[in-house]
Write a protein that binds this ligand. Structure first.
Ligand SMILES: Nc1ncnc2c1ncn2[C@@H]1O[C@H](COP(=O)(O)OP(=O)(O)O)[C@@H](O)[C@H]1O
Ligand SMILES: [Mg+2]
Length: 358
């Protein structure tokens, strides 16, 4: 299918005013487009660098209608937008990635079933958990530890707890509110990595190379790319990613999180229907960065080059760490990114730094 790209000066609506929305708006600006940010708050990191802002709750369908009518295309920076908001928006301007992609990733159980049954992607064994008995059965079936997760609204390791033995069932179940849970078999991975990939409106797919991710306190700490590939799994990971994108008829950038096992087996942990923290390294690697890539995809432009000229180590600046940004900026081969968040809070992502390793 041949697509006609949006004309320069067109408006891209973005749901969410955080750092991902900000970097998307900056990429839109670079390509000659305007950004209009929809967020609960008026003063946001993304709103400050954009042409227009709407401040309203996500269930205010009138506000969503007015916002959408001012946009030529709409996208989003986070996945917990109510489906009703996306459906309303889609009546007035095309929304990419589609409601189907968003709804699939809303619920970990729906997502796992989609991945295994529709996209033919490998996932850990999992059980739907509504009662303590379900959880006991899951533990029994796995004959090993499991990770109990809320099906919805989990992020940065929130809404999950590891259950090592039957005696932890009661407390773990209670801690997560006791319903609408999923139990996943604990995967003793040797490494976590992600594939950042994009699919255009014409069905073209472009994948970035393997990104190795290190988490601290269940939150992404560093990403390193292109990562070494001693088990030669890169081709397999790209194939799986292609299947996921095609199965969703996806348009935009997606982050696919993987576990790499000792025997070279791959497991898809989760998908994020948006630009992804582990893709920030692309900004300083000499290729088309993930934000520009996403804007290209949703506006119908051809996808950009995903082959980096450099190896990059990206480190998140969390909370107080942002105070060192001036010192970091003095270091050689170092690029700092400050999200301009007004309050430093414990655990809050405030910025990141990309270092060219080679
Ligand atoms: N089944 C599992 N086995 C082993 N580790 C897991 C499992 N599920 C999650 N984890 C660990 O917890 C982290 C966060 O879990 P994830 O499902 O990605 O949720 P979030 O939405 O918070 O990123 C993962 O990156 C991984 O380190
Ligand atoms: Mg994750």
């Amino acid at each position: 299918m041949k697509t006609t790209p949006l004309k320069p000066g067109s408006t891209i609506g973005i749901f969410g005013g955080g750092q991902l929305g900000r970097m998307l708006a900056q990429a839109a600006d670079k390509l000659g487009y305007k950004a209009h940010i929809f967020d609960v708050f008026a003063d946001t990191p993304a709103g400050r660098v954009s042409e227009a802002r709407t401040a309203a709750p996500y269930d205010d369908l009138n506000a969503i209608r007015e916002f959408s009518q001012s946009c030529n295309v709409i996208t989003y920076e986070f996945e917990n937008i109510p489906a009703a908001a996306i459906h309303e928006a889609n009546l007035h301007a095309p929304v990419f990635p589609s409601a189907k992609a968003l709804e699939t990733s809303h619920d970990r159980l729906v997502e796992k079933i989609f991945l295994s049954d529709v996209a033919n992607a490998p996932v850990v064994d999992f059980f739907k958990v509504e009662t303590m008995e379900n959880l006991a059965n899951a533990l029994d079936d796995f004959s090993g530890p499991c990770v109990l997760k809320t099906r919805r609204f989990g992020y940065d390791g929130k809404g999950q707890v590891k259950i090592n033995s039957p005696k932890e069932i009661r407390s773990g179940f209670a801690r997560l509110g006791g319903a609408d849970l999923i139990a996943e078999k604990f995967a003793p991975f040797v490494r976590e990595f992600s594939i950042i990939a994009a699919r255009g409106q014409d069905g073209d797919i472009a994948c970035y190379p393997l990104t190795e991710n290190i988490h601290k306190d269940h939150r992404l700490h560093t990403s390193y790319a292109p990562a070494d590939d001693p088990q030669n799994i890169s081709g397999k990971a790209h194939n799986i990613t292609n299947r996921i994108l095609n199965a969703l008829e996806y348009v935009g950038v997606m982050g696919v999180e993987f576990f790499e096992m000792e025997n070279g087996e791959l497991i898809v942990n989760e998908i994020a229907p948006r630009v992804h923290n582990s893709g920030h390294w692309t900004q300083d690697a000499g290729c088309c960065d993930q934000f520009e890539q996403h804007i290209r995809a949703v506006t119908g432009l051809p996808l950009g080059n995903t082959k980096p000229n450099h190896t990059i180590l990206m480190t998140n600046l969390i909370g107080d760490e942002i105070k060192h940004i001036d010192d970091l900026a003095k270091q050689p081969n170092t690029f700092v990114h400050n999200y301009d968040k007004r309050d430093i809070r414990l655990g809050r992502k405030m910025g990141h730094v990309n270092v060219i390793v080679s």
